[in-house]
Design a protein around this ligand. Sequence first.
Ligand SMILES: C[S@@+](CC[C@H](N)C(=O)[O-])C[C@H]1O[C@@H](n2cnc3c(N)ncnc32)[C@H](O)[C@@H]1O
Length: 214
Amino acid sequence: MTDLAALHSAAMAKDQQPFAADRLGGYRLPPGPTVADLGGGDGGLLTEMLAGEPDRRGILLELPDVAAKAEQALRSEGLADRIEVIRGDFFEAVPAADIYLMSVVLCGWNDSEAGRILSNIAATAHDGARLVLKEILVPDGLPHSTKVTDDVKLALTGGHQRSEDEWHTLLARHGFQLDRITPAGAPFCFIEATLTNAAAEEPEQSRQMSCLVW
Ligand SMILES: C[S@@+](CC[C@H](N)C(=O)[O-])C[C@H]1O[C@@H](n2cnc3c(N)ncnc32)[C@H](O)[C@@H]1O
């Protein structure tokens, strides 16, 4: 099982290599001193996000085998003192942080499983904590190439790629208000949300929709 987890993580890192050159698309994290990357793989994205931000500290939560590889990679990048690697399971508990980053994580889980991860964040984080998701956004209704990756996710993991409305509903159900969606280098988007335990449903027009233009 742990071999499979390590293999899956390595495959994901390779899977994202074609997009690595433009992985952030100019995106900057919202303000906050501590950034926890849950299921952060080899730490590549967190390293990139914290580059040039010496006042921020990172935490990478990963399954044990993948965490060991991330530790090695961060040591060789000279970042071991700024990014702490925690071996753990996001279905059990998450560390305290101001910003929670999850890249290509929630699409691997169905709504009930993804909800357990979001609930663990809501149980640990302070009100106003930020969530940053890097995901592929699926347009509602229209035929679109992202729907192929949705079918693949469903077959491989039981998870699925979500539309803006699906993200809005899932996040609101667990106390997060969707703030904005920005391009992250096609085909990905960054979805930002804020933990407001009393999050109310927003009117449709107040949300931004800016990355279905690839
Ligand atoms: C699809 S990969 C994404 C990796 C990385 N975030 C990226 O964008 O390349 C999902 C990651 O979640 C990790 N993961 C899976 N189940 C986990 C769990 N229960 N607790 C913590 N991490 C987990 C896997 O080891 C894997 O690295």
